[in-house]
Design a protein around this ligand. Structure first.
Ligand code: PBG
Length: 325
């Protein structure tokens, strides 16, 4: 008989499959995004993101306690402020919503690793991630505001700064500003490769950050480009980023893989809102097995090269990974 390979030998039972498994998802990989709002008594579900809520500060502890109890090591905070203006001043206010949330969380859970998203789109009345002049998003002027925002977040107690604004040079100015303000030990996780993606739709509902004119294609990347992703990542590495992020995750697994191969920094993948909402909607209709689809997705991101995963599925995934009810 002609010889052929018997791959099935290593798939014959659960134990041997466990032993040869190449990649694992673990609660250690997760960063859980949370949305904080002004006001009181608010725990309001985001309509397009079942299971994801807006929390006012007086309701935030219950959620964060649960995250800690589950053993999730980290959260990333997104603020949804009441006051917006043309240059996003509430992004760097000492009493801004994110700054207050960071202080509150760190006081209650000093060991929880708290990341701050550094961007202006939730804080500007036009909804762009930078400062606008004559209908243009102006790069260098935006950098000043972003650096100030990062410092205010570090001062509030953030353990890491995660700038998502896609202006050129943001790592350089934020690094300099953090160092000067006495925070040389605070790392920067750069949203180095962030595509102009339709998968952010539900997040923009959640964060009230839809641009009021135009779109984000003059600063976020064209989904058709891969080599440009390497240029973006290389400049952020040169500017002093400590971790690199690729966003979104699923349609960009090749990019995750390439960053892992080409650079020596940890790579994070953002399993974004639209990816979450699609799974939730299909699961609600009974069309897919949510548990299996989520664990398969997260495993796929790990296999592609992600060391860390920002995901709205984190709490559910920990339950499923540890067989909790
Ligand atoms: C802010 C920001 C966005 C996301 C994270 N930070 C939205 C955007 O760029 O429009 C998206 C996250 C998600 O979709 O889950 N710039």
């Amino acid at each position: 008989m002609k010889s052929f390979s018997r791959h099935r030998r290593l798939r014959s039972g659960e134990n041997i499959r466990r032993m040869v498994r190449e990649h694992q998802v673990s609660p250690d990989d997760f960063i859980y995004p949370l949305f904080v709002v002004e006001g009181s008594g608010i725990k309001e579900e985001v309509p397009s993101m079942p299971g994801v809520f807006h929390f006012s500060l007086d309701r935030l502890n219950e959620e964060v306690d649960e995250v800690v109890e589950l053993g999730i090591p980290s959260i990333i905070l997104f603020g949804v402020p009441e006051d917006k203006d043309a240059c996003g001043s509430s992004a760097h206010a000492d009493e801004g919503i994110v700054q207050r949330a960071i202080r509150q969380v760190k006081e209650r859970h000093p060991d929880l690793y708290v990341m701050a998203d550094t961007c202006l789109c939730q804080y500007t009345d036009h909804g762009h991630c930078g400062v606008v002049e004559n209908g243009e998003i102006v790069n260098d002027e935006s950098l000043r505001v972003l650096a100030r925002t990062a410092v205010s977040q570090a001062r509030a107690g953030a353990d890491l700064i995660a700038p998502s604004n896609m202006m050129d040079g943001f790592v350089t100015v934020i690094r300099e500003a953090l160092d000067e303000a006495g925070f040389p030990h605070i790392p920067i996780m750069s949203y180095a490769v962030k595509y102009a993606s339709a998968f952010y739709g539900p997040f923009r509902d959640a964060a009230h950050s839809t641009p009021q004119f135009g779109d984000r294609r003059t600063y976020q990347m064209d989904p058709a480009n891969a080599r440009e992703a390497l240029r973006e990542a290389a400049s952020d590495v040169a500017e002093g980023a400590d971790l690199l992020m690729v966003k979104p995750g699923l349609a960009y697994m090749d990019i995750i893989h390439q960053l892992k191969e080409n650079f020596h920094l940890p790579v994070a993948a953002y399993n974004v809102s639209g990816e979450y909402s699609m799974v939730k909607a299909a699961a609600e209709k009974g069309w897919i097995d949510e548990r299996k689809v989520v664990l398969e997705t997260l495993t796929g991101l790990k296999r592609a090269g992600a060391d860390l995963i920002l995901t709205y599925h984190a709490k559910d995934a920990v339950h499923w990974l540890t067989n909790r009810a």
